[in-house]
Design a protein around this ligand. Structure first.
Ligand code: TYM
Length: 339
């Protein structure tokens, strides 16, 4: 099967569960902005149906959905250039998700490492939605025949599963209907780590707020968090190789590199031999310089929720124009009667 018959189209999404972190910004949003107007149609989603796979307070869910939308907009997603919407307003996602529940195999789901991490020893008690989550994610992507999906490293397995689902659907129904989507995972910040433990991912839900930088943190908080970030006693090395087995140091260099759009090698070239007393304040200044305009704009947008809702509603209409015909054709392929 060739992928060429498909329009180059990007789809990606962010869950509105808790606030946005620097990991979401560097691993996802900043790159989404870069792909806008770069030869792709771009579709970005606030995936609220994914958020409810664990219980969400209804009022907080609405706020978190608007906050993710504000994060996209404040970072440079232009609702004229991209389609920006929240998932639940386009009911086709849930419908295609069901069809994919009938295509995906239980054995495939059992291999999903994120499910194992999230469910932990409580696997009997988590929602069925959490288990089926990757097939809804496949539906998000394939409902638009998306060819490229920019994500952080932690979502790679889910995009690979999306390819498996597309291939099995095409094979089972003897069609060449769904593309084999390419995960786009590139750059220095594909896995931004926890500031207190360089072996763990920075996440929205980590126990302590000191582990992460939130996109809404003010300048003092950002400076304090980087100052207290765990490091080792060594200064920065002469070459990148010298960061092997120094996960916390490597993480801070990668964050600097991604924020400043330079390679990690260039960061090392500039700071070789520097101690943390010099590097950490430079990193904090850089982070504040890049994030402060975004958090200010997010705050402004959050004061006008009606405007955010209007943008999401308009985006949902445009998303539906692409999604509805693809779902209809899927129903025809599967043999479901429709009006
Ligand atoms: P979510 O909401 O956990 O994360 C949103 C995006 O941010 C990236 N990310 C990170 N990147 C680097 N370092 C980190 N520490 C870090 N933390 C998060 C994630 O890789 C992701 O790209 N299942 C997805 C949402 C989703 C989706 C989709 C994505 C639903 N449908 C379809 C792409 C296409 C999720 O929970 O992402």
């Amino acid at each position: 099967m060739t992928e060429s018959k498909f329009t180059p189209r990007v789809f990606s999404g962010i869950k509105p569960s808790g606030g946005l972190t620097l990991g979401n910004y560097l691993g996802a949003i900043k790159r989404f902005v870069g792909m806008q107007g770069a030869g792709f149609e771009t579709i970005y989603c606030v995936v609220d149906l994914h958020a409810i796979t664990v219980w969400q307070d209804p009022a907080e869910l609405k706020t978190a959905t608007r906050e993710v939308a504000a994060g996209y907009l404040a970072s440079g997603i232009d609702p004229e250039k991209s389609i920006l919407f929240n998932q639940s307003q386009v009911h086709e996602h849930a419908e295609l998700g069901w069809i994919f529940n009938c295509v995906a195999r239980v054995g495939w789901m059992n291999r999903m490492t994120q499910f194992k991490d999230k469910a932990g020893s409580n696997a009997e008690n988590v929602s069925l939605g959490l288990y089926a989550y990757p097939s809804l994610m496949a539906a998000d992507i394939l409902l638009y025949h998306a060819t490229h999906v920019p994500v952080g490293e932690d979502q790679k397995q889910h995009v690979e599963l999306t390819r498996d689902i597309a291939a099995k659907f095409n094979h089972d129904f003897k069609v060449d209907f769904f593309p084999l989507t390419t995960p786009v995972i590139e750059g220095p910040a594909m896995r931004v780590m926890n500031l207190r433990d360089g072996t763990k991912k920075m996440s929205k839900s980590g126990e302590s707020d000191m582990e992460r930088i939130n996109m809404t943190d003010d300048a003092d908080t950002i400076a304090k968090k980087f100052k207290k970030a765990k490091t080792d006693p060594e200064p920065l090395p002469e070459t990148l190789d010298g960061l092997k087995d120094r996960p916390e140091a490597r993480n801070l260099v990668d964050i600097y590199s991604a924020l400043n759009d330079i390679t990690p090698e260039a960061v090392i070239a500039e700071y070789a031999g520097a101690g943390w007393g010099r590097f950490k304040p430079a990193l904090a200044d850089l982070a504040v310089e890049k994030l402060a305009p975004i958090s200010t704009e997010m705050e402004r947008l959050m004061n006008d929720p009606a405007e955010i809702d209007r943008i999401l509603g308009r985006g949902a209409e445009r998303a539906c124009e692409i999604a509805a015909p693809i779902l209809k054709e899927t129903y025809d392929i599967v043999g479901l009667l429709r009006r």
